[in-house]
Design a protein. Structure first.
Length: 722
């Protein structure tokens, strides 16, 4: 009789033993379906000695596995990565495994998926909901559930449309092969510097061993073309290549660039995929049929058949850190995956994270530098506008020198970009009569006005409401005023000052799908946009040669939060957005509106003194023992019941470990004291780099009795302190 130890796809349990049915085999890594009580759960056959020893179960009490799923087994290096991730981030291994095996892994790839699309016939009886649905669906197709979500109607409405013949079924083959990329389709014309860098990356791919390479090139230096040569080397070796991107909005333009280089689009993996697309992509990745994969951080854990290289683009981006579920950092886990699989990991950035530069300094990462822009383009000129000396007009946000510069570009037919990292129209609505501020009922946060859709929205929980006519507090009429600018308000000002200018607002509200992002790029490239007004979404990846002016509307915004990376993040963000200017033959100009032009980060930006900034920042982190020279971890306790949360936080505080080198701060109410209706308290742990933080937390938290109504989130190496 054969036993198998199975790690199930549930956060609640460790591995369990099962009987392998007679006549079947379930070698290590096999994907299986197993009984758990009355349920059927997916899982993976794991090594016997893993995750400690569960209680021995007699052979006679073992239950049979239901099924061994006909997909390739999860390879040993990926099983080690699951264990490491679970161990390092103190997350249940079943939760990590779920990223390897999303639901689509268990679907039969040979069975087609039925999707629906509009026929053009209208149903005999129209209802308002049906009208909304037909308009929203347009020429797209999807499953009943996807179309219902797309149109924001119930599934019954969609099924009704199917019955009347307004929607027709389409069968989508889930195992259709992807086109084969051609590594010699359109080799780029590289500069000498690029060719030297590409040569190093290619050699690292051919060496088939673990190494981390930091591809550090100024904006516009052609990093993408360089790392594409590493992709070509992986293809030449018959292997796969994975490119991780920080935002799904960047995926679409990247797919186009890859298609231009390799003759066909790569396989995409992100949360915006339809069910049918996900299933097809997952199976092709696991079988080796997908050769180049461009994806969001969730692509990192997929079971690649034969991965040859991982590239993390814009590797400094903090959006690689996942802030719920398993709190992992995709850049750091990518390096670990390279370590377990024996393959090179390439981190590409114009403004590397201090963490990555410290690894270079310690001799652990290889540093490959591209110091100049491609094709002789020069770096833009940066200047600060002192908002105290040159303030905007009352009720306006753009200072006179920036307005003049915009007028000049409009006159010359060149494009401009205004950057403000704040969505919506205004971050705060205030009553002039009584001072009341409109707050989210579920969070310690103000409701942000979104005038384009006529709503107030909470950016933390998604709560929306129509803008009230009366003050909710004093019931005064017409007393509510918008305070402060968001991108929509800056766009309003641009519209008032330059009525003839064609503008585009770029935020996650307007560029919510890869298709929208592609449309935006097409419009800018076709010269249909004069002034772009955008959030951090426009700071990276885009290459618009006719864009010659960048205005940073409020450079101080990122410095307010006071978290340990505030200066670094501000430097990176402004350097990145500045990098959008003057990428063609015309030189670029960048104007930075600030009230603190003497702050070290502003001075370094204006002086183009990157090395000086990083050196000063490193010195101050070193003296504070802050990352990357020390370690932090956060415990976040939350409950719908304030007293439960407070009581538990206090108990954790009282039982806090007293260990040499470890400091424990708190518990204190979190800055976001309430989030999605849950009261939150935080504890912060600080220790030297060599300290075993995970061990201390495991012992500490493991000894506490846990009330059912409370939740604990553990955040190792936190990036968010709210
Ligand atoms: Zn009022
Ligand atoms: Zn909220």
């Amino acid at each position: 009789m054969t036993r198998a130890r199975v790690l199930l796809l549930t956060a609640a349990l460790g591995p369990l033993d099962y009987r392998v049915p007679q006549g079947s085999a379930a070698p290590l890594g096999s994907v299986v379906v197993a009984p758990l009580g009355p349920r059927r759960l997916g899982g993976v056959v794991w090594e016997d000695g893993s995750f400690g020893a569960p209680d021995p179960v007699g052979d006679n009490r073992l239950r049979n596995l239901y099924e061994i799923v006909p997909v390739p087994p999860v390879p040993a290096p990926l099983r080690r990565l699951v264990e490491w991730t679970s161990d390092y981030y103190l997350s249940p291994p079943g939760s990590v495994l779920r990223m390897v095996l999303p639901g689509v892994a268990f679907a039969d790839a040979r069975r087609p998926i039925i999707e629906y699309r509009a026929t053009g016939d209208l149903p005999p009886r129209m209802t308002p909901q049906r009208t909304v649905a037909i308009e929203a669906i347009g020429d797209r197709q999807g499953t009943v559930r996807e179309l219902a979500a797309l149109a924001n109607v119930s599934e019954a409405v969609i099924r009704g449309l199917v019955q009347t013949g307004a929607l027709e079924p389409v069968s989508v083959a889930a195992d259709a092969p992807y086109p084969e990329p051609d590594r010699s389709f359109a080799p780029p014309d590289l500069s000498d510097e690029q060719r030297a860098a590409a040569g190093q990356l290619k050699a690292a791919v051919e060496a088939r061993r673990f190494e981390t390479l930091l591809l550090d090139g100024v904006t516009g230096s052609g990093k993408t073309e360089v790392y594409m040569e590493a992709v070509a080397a992986a293809l030449a070796a018959g292997r796969q290549a994975l490119i991780l991107l920080p935002e799904i909005a960047l995926t679409e333009p990247m797919l186009t660039r890859f298609a231009a280089r390799f003759g066909c689009e790569p396989v995409a993996w992100h949360s915006g995929l339809r069910q049918a697309e996900r299933r097809r992509a997952w199976h092709a990745i696991a079988s080796g049929g997908a050769r180049i994969i461009v994806g969001a951080r969730s692509a990192l854990f997929l079971p690649y058949a034969d991965l040859g290289a991982i590239i993390v683009d814009e590797a400094h981006e903090t959006s690689f850190k996942q802030e719920d579920g398993v709190h992992y950092h995709a850049r750091d886990v990518a390096v670990m995956r390279g370590h377990f699989e024996g393959l090179p990991v390439i981190l590409a950035s114009a403004t590397p994270a201090l963490e990555s530069l410290a690894q270079v300094e310690a001799g652990r990462y290889r540093h490959i530098v591209l110091p100049a822009r491609y094709g002789g383009a020069t770096l833009p000129d940066l200047a600060a506008i002192d908002m105290r000396a040159d303030p905007p007009d009352r009720g306006r946000w753009l200072a006179p020198p920036l307005v003049d510069a915009l007028a000049d570009r409009l006159h010359k037919g060149e494009q401009s970009l205004l950057f403000l990292n704040r969505r919506g129209f205004a971050p705060l609505t205030l009553c002039r009569t009584c001072g009341h501020r409109i707050q989210c009922p579920n969070c310690t946060a103000w409701m942000v006005e979104h005038r384009l859709v006529h709503r107030l929205a909470c950016h933390h929980c998604g709560h929306v409401m129509p803008p009230p006519r009366l003050c909710p507090e004093c019931e005064d009429e017409d007393s509510l005023v918008a305070c402060g600018p968001g991108v929509e308000r800056v766009a309003d000002e641009v519209g008032l000052r330059f009525p003839e200018a064609r503008t585009a607002i770029v935020t996650s509200d307007t560029l919510w799908s890869p298709a929208k992002a592609a449309e935006f790029v097409d419009n800018v490239e076709a010269g249909l946009v004069d002034i772009i007004i955008g959030t951090q979404l426009v700071t990276k990846g885009y290459h618009f040669p006719n864009l010659t002016l960048v205005g940073v509307v409020d450079a101080d915004l990122g410095l307010d939060g006071g978290d340990l990376r505030a200066s670094e993040r501000t430097f990176q963000q402004i350097a990145q957005v500045a990098g959008r200017a003057g990428r063609g033959v015309k030189p670029g100009e960048v104007l930075i509106q600030t009230r603190v032009p003497d702050a070290p980060v502003m001075a370094a930006l204006v002086a183009n003194d990157r090395d000086g900034f990083y050196a000063a920042e490193a010195a101050s982190r070193k003296s504070a023992g802050a990352p990357p020279y020390g370690r932090f971890a956060a415990l976040i306790i939350s409950s719908e019941d304030l007293e439960v949360a407070r009581g538990l936080a206090q108990r954790l505080g009282q039982k806090a470990p007293v260990l040499d080198g470890l400091s424990v701060y708190g518990p204190a109410p979190a800055p976001l004291a309430m989030l999605r209706g849950r009261h939150r308290f935080r504890l912060l742990l600080h220790a030297p780099r060599s300290f075993d933080l995970q061990g201390a937390i495991r012992d500490w938290v493991g000894a506490i009795d846990w009330p059912a109504k409370a939740r604990l989130a553990i955040d190792i190496d936190p990036y968010s302190f709210v």
